[in-house]
Design a protein. Structure first.
Length: 321
């Protein structure tokens, strides 16, 4: 009695080799018992063992395949050991090729591509923090402000939160306030402009007022860019100012030395966006002649009426370009 055991690890190679061996032994008049995993076969006839796993597809496929092969192994010459050896070697070589192909297929299914997580399954660029703080999940080109909202970093203020504070993006941190001489009666706020005469009722930094004034009186609103410290605008070409005003106002850039450069915005109807190149700014009347605008030394941006005797204006956007 000869026992031929077939391990589960290499069913294709082992089955073919064992089939050939069992056939030779049978042809030589020997009883052969051979097994595939939990299945046993005697003289090529499948006999299920009581411990066989009937739910295993692999076991079912193996028993069917082996029974068929063992019944067709009729080309072996029982009288020649050399022929038997050659037949076994041939079966082994064939099974090696089959295993090689199976191993190749297994490698292809190993998940080295998209399943590895390095492709489409990886986190979006926006969630990785490369476009801003990671808490917002902003799309490319936007960053996260202190209110966990995505914003274009070129925006100094768009009043999305209607706060005195400006968005803390682009290295900026500041807030809105007002200023003026005592002769000017003024109101100021960051909210929807008061009254019913406004075309744009969205939130903005606004001021209204007037009085009996002289040439030395003034009033305006101001926003700091770095809480009073210098902030460089040298990397930018200019600024877009969206403002609603019926009277002429002056947009000013203030430097650390308190000197200012301005751009005059005419009175008009409705909120209008003005693109103001920094190269178009000219010294304010109080700035000494010959003073140069140094965009690396900017501390504040200001808007004030040219004539403070009567005014009403609202700023709805400041954005660099």
């Amino acid at each position: 009695m000869h026992v031929v055991s077939i391990p589960r690890a290499r069913p294709i190679r082992a089955v073919l080799t064992a089939v050939a061996a069992a056939a030779i032994l049978g042809a030589q008049g020997c009883d052969a018992i051979w097994s595939v995993g939990d299945l046993r076969f005697v003289d090529g006839q499948g006999a299920s063992d009581s411990s066989a796993d009937s739910d295993s597809e692999a076991g079912s496929d193996s028993s069917t395949h082996v029974s068929s092969d063992s019944g067709t192994e009729s080309g072996i010459n029982p009288g020649s050991d050399a022929s038997a050896d050659a037949t076994i070697d041939s079966a082994f070589d064939s099974s090696s090729e089959s295993d090689s192909r199976a191993d190749s297929d297994a490698g292809a299914d190993s998940g080295s591509g998209a399943d590895s997580g390095s492709g489409a399954d990886s986190a979006p660029v926006a969630d990785s923090g490369t476009t801003g703080d990671s808490g917002c999940g902003c799309q490319p080109g936007f960053v996260c402000d202190q209110w966990q909202q995505c914003i274009n970093p070129l925006i100094i203020d768009n009043f999305a939160t209607c706060s005195l504070q400006i968005p803390m993006v682009g290295g900026r941190a500041g807030s809105w306030t007002d200023f003026g001489t005592a002769a000017v009666s003024k109101q100021f706020g960051v909210s929807s402009p008061p009254g019913t005469s406004w075309s744009d009722t969205s939130c903005g930094a606004w001021s209204t007022g007037g009085g009996t004034v002289t040439s030395s009186d003034y009033a305006g609103i101001d926003v700091t860019l770095d809480n009073g410290a210098t902030y460089s605008l040298a990397a930018y070409t200019g600024i877009t100012v969206t403002v609603e005003t019926a009277q002429e106002v002056s947009f000013r850039v203030k430097m650390l030395n308190s000197y200012t450069f301005r751009y005059l915005i005419p009175g008009a109807t409705g909120a209008i966006a003005y693109q103001i190149p920094f190269s178009s700014l000219t010294p304010s009347p109080s700035t000494p002649s010959g003073t140069t605008l140094d965009l690396t030394q900017v501390t504040d941006l200001q808007v004030l009426p040219v004539n403070p005797a009567s005014f009403a204006y609202a700023v709805h956007l400041l954005q660099l370009y």
